[in-house]
Design a protein around this ligand. Structure first.
Ligand code: ZN
Length: 581
């Protein structure tokens, strides 16, 4: 293991208390915006009160949502009207997005949003109570324009300090502990001498503790979590640093820096960061097996291997960077063959169970003909388990890619590693249809210090139901339409699934605008030409499963399984027509 950077930071709340507890500040009024939880902010307010300083300490993260959580009694309201600002350095709906999921947190009060047309970082809030009395409020959302580590200009939330003392008012940016820690960590990695050969490291570990507790919200899987948000910001910002270093475009999925692992946890101590380069972990976690159909949580690796044994057929495999096996099975029969895969992005876990459940069902059918590789990214999968031990419900995008740091699907050339499981499946079957099971965040995904909206993933920031993507060769457009029609008709018969989609889409539209998707039989769909794949027709599922458990998890892998089964049926029914065409 080698140490790259280590530092702890004075808590901003402690710094403010120290500064304003000086006798010369008595009688001052202080407003500050910080990346801290309510409990800590209230404790600091009380300390300052004892020194004769009147303090109001706000959240710098999602300040409008916090205003309603902390300062408004929504139970007494009939109507809420919010005018949100805009800014030339961000998308027009950025400040609307930050209000998510307010409209589900306001009791039975109706909430309306409209643009204010101003660039003043201020929400104009009008509250009408049940007696018809109207009050007006201004909610400040401090932001700054800045250049990030890769030279892009962004508008990001920031700390702020407003002091009224002896007739003088000052109002200016206040760089918080949370921001200092992030920028110091990114700079330490960016300035390190990594050499010129990828991968630069095995595991790059970013261990951070923050004294900020997650706050569960009353809607669905939503929570305010600065530990989760910082994980996301560190992971993607560091990918961007290495994309730039390697001369690749931002967002390039072929970059192979090594495994970047931000481990951001809660500790009741000053914020601290410790960055090390260390060896890859090669051990699999172990635990109890679950009954597949009622599995309430992701499976352990040993059970995935056992289930494949039960499915039988011809075994084939590939290897990951750390030496783990990517397992596949080929069930040879007289049907039209289909390729089934899951776990390409290893923090998307319902597809693994859905693929196995579908394979168990199909193998008992006469003529069954398919391959299955339910977990294509075992190094990422073990990392996901490790990260979930500390924060079980976070989305953990560091577990998305492989231990190389790349998206396995984007590999080419001789060293395919995990991707070899796909080329083998294609060689074994000659299949024309690949069903590739995926997921995405079950709750809001942000990068608070890098423009708030995850760069390159703008369409994935909020859940919007179970949806399907079809990528097809240019002469397979008609087949794509027929496949999607068949599959969505089948899925629409699943109890509650269309209603689940409709509720998420309605909330998405309230806080983000149009989905930009076609809705086919109740399911959002994206159908497009993509000649990157050798298989002419690829059906990709997207279930909001990062990271869910219990009944929600069962609903997720059931939807995945039903998609595989109905795609298989569509293939059998339609293939004769498709291939002639
Ligand atoms: Zn995915």
């Amino acid at each position: 293991m080698s140490m790259i950077f280590e530092k702890s930071f004075e808590r901003s709340l402690d710094a403010l208390v120290a500064r304003f507890s000086d006798a010369s500040m008595k009688g001052a009024t202080v407003e500050a915006w910080l990346f801290d939880d309510l409990q800590s902010r209230k404790a600091a307010e009380a300390k300052l009160q004892a020194f004769g300083v009147s303090a109001k300490l706000h959240s710098a993260y999602k300040p409008l949502v916090h205003f309603f959580l902390e300062d408004v009694d929504c139970g007494n309201l009939k109507q809420i009207s919010i005018a949100y600002p805009a800014h030339e350095a961000c998308t027009p709906n950025r400040f609307l997005l930050e209000t998510y999921p307010l409209s589900k947190l306001t009791s039975d009060a109706e909430v309306g949003f409209k643009p204010s047309g101003k660039q003043d970082f201020t929400y104009q809030v009008s509250l009408t109570d049940k007696n018809g009395i109207v009050t007006q409020h201004e909610v400040f959302a401090p932001n700054r324009t800045h250049e990030d580590a890769v030279g892009e200009t962004l508008l990001s939330p920031t700390g702020w300090l407003k002091i009224t003392h002896q007739g003088t008012v000052t109002s200016e940016r206040f760089e918080t502990d949370f921001e200092q820690l992030f920028h110091a960590g990114i700079a330490a990695v960016a300035n390190h001498a990594w050499g010129d050969t990828e991968p630069y490291f095995e595991e790059l570990n970013i261990a951070v503790t923050l004294p900020v507790k997650d706050q569960k919200l009353t809607h669905a899987e939503e929570a305010i979590s600065l530990t989760e948000a910082l994980h996301e910001d560190f992971y993607f910002a560091l990918l961007e640093v290495f994309q730039k270093k390697s001369g690749r475009p931002l967002g390039d999925r072929g970059l192979q820096p090594g495994q970047i692992v931000p481990e951001i946890t809660y500790a009741d101590a000053a914020p601290s960061i410790r960055i090390t380069a260390r060896a890859l972990s090669t051990k699999d976690s172990t635990g109890e097996s679950q009954t597949l159909a009622t599995a309430q949580a992701p499976l352990f690796a040993a059970q995935i291997a056992q289930e494949l044994e039960h499915i039988g057929g011809e075994a084939f495999e590939a290897k990951s960077r750390s030496g783990r096996s990517v397992l596949g099975r080929y069930i040879k029969g007289t049907d039209e063959p289909m390729i089934i895969s899951g776990g390409q992005h290893a923090n998307e876990t319902t597809g693994v169970v859905g693929a196995l459940r579908a394979a168990h069902e199909l193998k008992s059918r006469k003529g069954a003909h398919f391959t299955i590789s339910p977990q294509e990214n075992p190094d990422g999968y073990e990392l996901h388990r490790r990260l979930c031990a500390d924060n079980p419900k976070h989305m953990h995008h560091a577990a998305r890619y492989t231990a190389m740091g790349d998206d396995l699907e984007y590999r080419s050339g001789e060293k395919l590693w995990e991707k070899a499981i796909r080329t083998q499946a294609e060689a074994l079957t000659g299949a024309k249809l690949h069903v590739n099971l995926h997921g995405y965040p079950s709750h809001e995904w942000t990068r608070p210090l890098s423009g708030y909206i995850p760069r390159g993933f703008g369409m994935w920031t909020l859940p919007k139901g179970f949806f399907l993507i079809v990528r097809h060769h240019s002469d397979w457009a008609q087949q794509s339409e027929e496949l999607v029609d068949h599959v969505t008709r089948h899925l629409s018969a699943i109890d509650g699934l269309v209603e689940y989609n409709n509720a998420q889409i309605a909330l998405f539209e309230k806080h983000a605008g149009e989905t930009g998707f076609r809705i086919i039989n109740g399911f959002p769909c994206l159908i497009g030409v993509d000649d990157r794949h050798t298989v002419p027709l690829t059906l990709i599922t997207e279930y909001p499963d990062e990271t869910i458990y219990g009944k929600d998890f069962i609903r997720g892998h059931t939807a995945q399984m039903e998609t595989v089964l109905s795609a298989y049926e569509a293939l059998q029914k339609l293939s004769a027509k498709w291939y002639i065409a």
